[in-house]
Design a protein around this ligand. Structure first.
Ligand SMILES: NC(=O)c1ccc[n+]([C@@H]2O[C@H](COP(=O)([O-])OP(=O)(O)OC[C@H]3O[C@@H](n4cnc5c(N)ncnc54)[C@H](O)[C@@H]3O)[C@@H](O)[C@H]2O)c1
Length: 462
């Protein structure tokens, strides 16, 4: 089925005549396809999810909240960008990019989807074509699995086929901007593969692109996310220290950050998203297998995953104390893992909600971006969701919440005492208390709670 090598790949990439296919049309594959199409190439966006392709063919997308994506789809669809669920459409591609998930399994990474996509790519790419893996790879996958797989098809890399690893590090919520403006790294074993991949990415990337070996590229991608996870864990640990020492982490962070070499992040109820929750583990597993146990990275993961359970326990304790030992109703506000992004993957809302339900509470969910409840009861109107709540728990920092009228929320709740749990440090404690809430947050002492309850009792005698 392979098209005979007629043109030089470099020429068709330079002239934008190259046929480019992207396997996987999710958070990474879709915007990448659109940017390459916008640069002038004909791009086939393939996905096994037929519903997703049907939506794209109708001009709809789950990434509609990502700035610029909908406009690019309507501008390019059917002209330069062809969404498809037919593998045949990819036959003879000059370039195939793989952007399928690499989730974590119980005891290690799961790269089965990359291997399936690679098999297809090897069948469909033309002789002398380029395959680029964008999916996150655990260390040594390129050397130990991808290269042998390609060579197993009788292809010599750098002669019959070109092969590169170009890991993606863009942040949902700002995908198009980051894909264009972030520094990129390309891993390749031969110079020509690296240069061809660089030529392709230069068609839409404005930042520097550096070529290195595949193992370095694999590790750099994982180090970036591990660095962030460890830094968030540090902020979360300081928050927990402040809770037991009777301090407010806001004061501690503000004053610490006045030091020129301290840049502490904002602590919160947990870390989510598909990358930050797995990339540090990919690094941990690879290092452990090779003889070094990276304790810091493992502990950071542990601290961050414990956060939602810690606050479910705190909320359970406070509600029971308030309700004479009985459980209550909790309105969880926001379930996506990140503000203003409709992505629930690995969201800390999931363990938080499930833990509260297991402890016997009624959990109602409101999220302006997704109708997802993790076993709670989804309510599409915020006022309806909170009206009989003993506690409001803000889990996601959606813009809609940041500027919400707390006094109006409080007036809508028909309870004498209502807790406002601030899982993202969105509110000023005194403003929340003035609005009539018992304010509880990450990184703040719970010690004087009884005192605050008495104050609120006095204010809201009904
Ligand atoms: N989402 C992010 O923020 C982000 C950031 C950087 C890197 N990454 C990495 O990029 C890769 C893709 O992640 P994503 O977030 O775009 O995933 P995603 O789940 O949003 O999209 C992946 C798509 O691939 C499709 N798919 C799965 N197997 C397939 C197959 N064999 N053939 C064709 N399509 C297939 C799925 O149906 C899905 O639509 C992952 O390795 C991830 O770690 C993601």
């Amino acid at each position: 089925m392979k098209r005979v090598l007629v043109e030089d790949l470099e020429t068709v990439i330079k002239s934008k005549e190259a046929k480019v296919s992207v396997i996987g049309q999710g958070y990474i594959g879709l915007p990448t396809s659109l940017l390459i199409a916008k640069a002038g190439f004909s791009v086939y966006g393939y996905d096994i999810n037929r519903d997703l392709i049907k939506e794209l063919l109708l001009g709809k997308t789950r990434l509609a909240k990502e700035k610029g994506i909908k406009n690019l789809i309507s501008e390019l669809k059917g002209k330069k960008y062809m969404p498809t669920s037919r593998l045949e459409d990819l036959i003879g591609s000059d370039v195939i990019i793989i952007a399928v998930p690499t989730p974590k399994g119980r005891n290690g990474p799961n790269i089965s989807m990359v291997l399936e996509a690679l098999e297809n790519a090897l069948e469909l790419v033309r002789t002398g074509g380029l395959i680029v893996v964008e999916s996150t790879l655990p260390p040594r996958t390129f050397y130990d699995i991808i290269i042998p797989e390609v060579e197993g098809h009788g292809l010599k890399i750098g002669r019959d086929i070109f092969l590169a690893y170009c890991p993606e590090r863009a942040l949902p919520g700002n995908l198009l901007h980051e894909l264009v403006n972030n520094f990129r790294i390309i891993g390749a074993i031969d110079e020509r593969s690296g240069q061809l991949a660089k030529l392709l990415y230069s068609s839409f990337v404005k930042a520097d692109i550096e070529i290195t070996d595949p193992l370095t590229a694999e590790v750099v991608k994982l180090v970036e996310n591990s660095y962030r996870d460890v830094n968030i864990a540090f902020a979360n640990e300081v928050a927990r220290i402040c809770e037991v020492l009777g301090l407010d982490v806001r004061d501690v962070r503000r004053l610490s950050n006045r030091h020129p070499r301290v840049h502490m992040l904002v602590p919160g109820i947990g870390v989510g998203g598909s990358c930050l929750t797995k990339d540090p583990l990919f690094l941990f597993w690879a290092s452990k297998e090779n003889g070094y146990l990276p304790e810091l990275i493992r502990n950071a993961r542990g601290i961050n995953s414990e956060m939602p359970h810690h606050y479910a326990m705190i909320l359970d304790d406070i509600i029971r104390r308030m309700n004479g030992g009985s459980t209550g109703t909790i309105a969880v506000l926001g379930v996506t893992y990140k503000g203003d992004v409709p992505d629930i993957r690995e969201s800390p809302a999931e363990p938080f909600v499930k833990d509260l339900i297991n402890r016997g509470h009624v959990v109602k969910i409101y999220d302006p971006l997704v109708k997802f409840s993790f076993g709670g009861k989804y309510v599409s109107d915020i006022m309806e969701a909170i009206k009989d709540a003993d506690a409001l728990a803000f889990v996601t920092d959606h813009s809609e919440f940041k500027f919400i009228d707390l006094a109006k929320l409080r007036r809508n709740i028909n309870k004498r005492q209502v807790i406002l749990f601030d899982g993202r440090l969105l509110f000023d404690p005194s403003e929340a208390e003035e609005a009539g809430f018992i304010y509880v947050s990450v990184g703040r002492s719970f010690g004087r709670l009884e005192e605050r309850m008495i104050k609120i009792n006095h204010l809201y005698e009904i």
